[in-house]
Design a protein. Structure first.
Length: 483
């Protein structure tokens, strides 16, 4: 049994609110407390703080049409600033423990597909347009309607698939699993460790962290995930001081020489809404924006549903509370990412670490957002947590989200097969969007095959058709003469 308290297991009597803050965020009403929310906010931040390092690396490694690169220091500031502001906005406006930051995958599209065809300001302008379109879809009710059209058990499958996906992310980030080099000439895509076996101190830190986390969870220790992250960070710092460690990856656990670093806001506001259309061509630009919208739209949808389900916040119909505001804020985050030159921002699946720690409301976001705000000035101090110390949280949360698989009727192939494909495709393709697409398309096909096409909501037909274009984008582009 997950330590997460499901909605239908909570006591019937709602405890009285302690104060105005409690009442606004419904902290007591959702069976939480300030301590749990604060711990959850810290846990979420530490599991996603890597974005302060990784986003500048991805965007900084790309170059635009005129061979210009973005400044790393300015990218760190932009990444932290947008994450800070939009995470707090999501907490206050959406009241869900959903932190927001630059979307992985989306930033790669910006850096390696958009920027080479135009200037950086043009590329960020397209990100703004993507967010505006998503906001319009929310205002018209279309985005919520699509979420409502998804069968409840398929929503459960999305949550389970995300659980496996983030567990896989944890294994890969920690170096416990690695990609087999292409030069190996093997059909095996991944392997244990870097060479087929576990080597090095960093992987040991991860393994000890996983054992510590699951032991604390099994004993139902409050703050289990956060305790593990902090403990293993201290252990990593000690190991790095006495052992010869070749590399910890993106973040080295060293006590920094300085604590304070001044932010550089030079990239904020550098965007051009329509410059990309002139430089890359209208058709190419429209297809690029379509790719951004589709990935952001369904990645966020899957994350929102999955996190809300794990927090026990879905109602009897599988609806997310205040979903209209949540979806609009997520769209606005994409706009903010473009305005700040941080790439499209979106809800983060690592928020599950905070939920696993007990967070149930947007108050946890105030903590996470404040830490991103501190990161503007204290980046050297707040980025000493190595991935190997934070990744065990993703393994633990993957387990907690996996427990939702029991809600799927595996004897009913009409839902079981799409659910399976959704769950399997997410980790195997390393994409939430691809998993959702596989589930939608297979659901429509199976319902049609058994003569129940009329049971499929018309919106799912439309979305599945879009996913077919998405999956076949390469031949489509060739037919249209884009490539």
């Amino acid at each position: 049994m997950s330590q997460t308290q499901k909605a239908d297991q909570r006591p019937g009597a709602v405890p009285p609110a302690r104060n105005g803050v409690d009442r606004y965020f419904a902290i007591s009403a959702r069976g939480s407390g300030f301590g749990r929310e604060i711990r959850g906010g810290f846990a979420t931040f530490f599991t996603m703080a890597y974005i302060l390092v990784l986003n500048p690396i991805i965007l900084g490694s790309g170059e635009d049409k005129y061979h210009h690169h973005l400044d790393t220091g300015q990218l760190v500031t932009a990444t932290a600033l947008v994450a800070c502001v939009m995470t707090i906005v999501m907490g206050v406006g959406g009241n869900l423990p959903l932190a927001i930051a630059a979307g992985l995958g989306l930033n790669a599209v910006v850096a390696f597909q958009l920027a080479p065809l135009m200037t950086w300001s043009d590329a960020m302008g397209l990100v703004v347009l993507e967010g505006v379109v998503i906001c319009l879809l929310v205002l018209t009710g279309l985005r919520k309607a699509i979420m409502d059209a998804i069968p409840h058990q398929l929503k459960q499958a999305i949550g389970v698939g995300i659980g496996l996906f983030i567990a896989f992310i944890g294994f890969v980030d920690a170096g416990f699993v690695s990609r087999v080099p292409d030069a190996a000439h093997t059909t095996v895509p991944v392997q244990l460790g870097a060479t087929g076996r576990l080597t090095g101190w960093p992987v040991l830190v991860f393994c000890l962290g996983v054992l510590l986390t699951i032991a604390l969870l099994a004993r139902k220790v409050k703050g289990a995930i956060l305790i593990s992250i902090v403990t293993m960070t201290v252990v990593a710092i000690a190991i790095d001081a006495v052992a010869d460690v070749k590399s910890w990856g993106l973040t080295t656990p060293k006590v920094p020489d300085k604590i304070v670093a001044a932010p550089d806001f030079g990239l904020i506001g550098h965007f051009d809404l329509f410059g990309g259309f002139a430089k890359a061509g209208v058709l190419t630009t429209v297809l690029l924006v379509f790719t951004l919208i589709l990935s952001d739209f369904f990645d966020a949808m899957g994350t929102i549903v999955g996190i809300s389900a794990e927090a026990g916040l879905l109602d009897a119909r599988g609806q997310v509370p205040g979903i209209g505001r949540v979806l609009f804020i997520d769209g606005a985050a994409a706009v903010a990412g473009g305005l700040g030159s941080a790439s499209s921002n979106t809800a983060y699946i690592e928020s599950a670490a905070g939920v696993g720690e007990g967070a149930r409301t947007g108050f946890a976001n105030l903590v996470t957002g404040a830490l991103f705000g501190l990161a503007l000035f204290l980046t050297p101090l707040l980025t000493i947590v190595p991935l190997q110390a934070a990744a065990p949280a993703l393994i633990a949360v993957g387990f907690l989200m996996m427990t939702h698989v029991k809600h799927i009727d595996w004897d009913d192939y009409e839902i079981a097969v799409p659910a399976f494909l959704t769950i399997a495709a997410m980790p195997f393709t390393y994409s939430i969007t691809d998993g959702i697409g596989a589930g939608f398309v297979s659901y429509v096909v199976i319902k049609t095959a058994v003569g129940k096409a009329k049971e499929v909501n018309w919106l799912l037909w439309g979305v599945s058709a879009l996913f077919l274009v998405y999956f076949a984008i390469d031949p489509v582009e060739q037919l249209l003469g884009v490539k």
